[in-house]
Design a binder for this molecule. Sequence first.
Ligand SMILES: C[S@@+](CC[C@H](N)C(=O)[O-])C[C@H]1O[C@@H](n2cnc3c(N)ncnc32)[C@H](O)[C@@H]1O
Length: 276
Amino acid sequence: MNGLITLSPEQFARFATFIYERTGIRTADGKVMLLSNRIRRRLRARGLDSFDAYYDLLLADQEGDELEAFVDAITTNETHFFRTSAHFDWVAGPFLDELTAAAAGRRRDRTLRIWSAACSTGEEAYSLAMCLTEQAGRLAGWRLSVLGTDLCGEALATARAGTYGHRAVEAVSPERLARHFTADPAAGTWKVRSPAARLCEFRRHNLLDPMLEPPFSLIVVRNVLIYFDRESKRLALANLIAALEPGGYLLVGTTDGGSEHLSELERRSTFAYRKP
Ligand SMILES: C[S@@+](CC[C@H](N)C(=O)[O-])C[C@H]1O[C@@H](n2cnc3c(N)ncnc32)[C@H](O)[C@@H]1O
């Protein structure tokens, strides 16, 4: 297939609807070239020479393997460690202050479950785990865990491996690099070390589906709702709120929007919302 061929308007509309129904992601009309390029990767992988043939294959995919590969191809997985450092300062500061005070006053137990929702390749989940291990003194005796989830299987495989290149760690201070990573200078990689690594677990999950897990004290959702429209934002946020424990916090990315769906939460800052 000629690499320059792009989706026709009808094909674009069909794929965009397919993507929206399965992921909540709205593909803007101007993204024809981007979407064509991303889908062409799957055509090549499956030895097909037309977008229509690939669409038929996707619809007939009973096992869901091609759907998974398609999602891998079309998602934007850009992320890095300690992205938006103010959010991590808040977790290590005001959030843990409130939590540890509540535990000291016997108003809660010493279990802290964090969910990095749409974690991509895992940097966000590991950054949260690093914040916790740096506060080991005041979290002594606590049961700590960080769950990272995403729709993209390829991204989750990277997260589980926990090994990153230079760009991912650019915003990490030299102290943190030394404390939490094992460098491999020959390969130019950094591998996340325990105890932070041990706290993290990664699993596939679609934000449009309810989370069937015990409730979380903190849920972080950043740089994903920007791809959703109003209805998929509403659904995803309702699922996230339902997964929060009473008194738990939802941390929403500064550009994600969706504040109109958070009225049942108390707004504590520009990005932190508390479930009453
Ligand atoms: C740009 S990354 C954000 C990563 C990280 N949260 C951050 O802020 O750096 C967006 C991620 O959302 C994931 N995603 C998109 N739609 C999703 C859905 N419906 N359910 C779960 N994850 C989704 C993509 O696979 C991608 O990895």
